[in-house]
Design a protein around this ligand. Sequence first.
Ligand code: 4NP
Length: 160
Amino acid sequence: MIKVLFVCLGNICRSPMAEFIFKDMVNKKQLQSDFYIASAATSTEEIWNGIGNPVYPPAKRELAKHGISCEGKRAVQMKKADYDRYDYLIGMEERNRRNMLRILGSDPEHKVSLLLDYAEQPGDIADPWYTGNFESTYRDVIRGCEGFLKYLENKGEITL
Ligand code: 4NP
């Protein structure tokens, strides 16, 4: 079982988009039993009295345009204990990586990466909370997730 945690600042836009897009890709390849997939925030911006907000409506609509549901997802904050629970902790931008390492303290097993590290053109996934461009987030997340699946295949962790 490959355990993957996607991480962004608020866990209402990019990381839930990555979670549900990656789940959809994995389902379509009949690989769902090989994976446990979730997402979390580095901040508590979208969590009130312990209850996380649902996925931001424009992000939810962008997923729905592609036939992907994120029903029931609510923001949660990443915890230090997630380091042992997951094999891959994948941020969306450099700022996420810094905040993840602040929560984790260190990354001795090199589990922390950024989603576009797996794409042909690495870089940050811009925050649509500020840019308003959810289509470009969708395209970036697809590039990253496709690259991540290829990476896992090359490592021999899955067979596509
Ligand atoms: P996300 O976007 O990190 O892609 O979920 C954000 C959502 C909310 C906030 C920041 C980023 N916020 O500051 O509330």
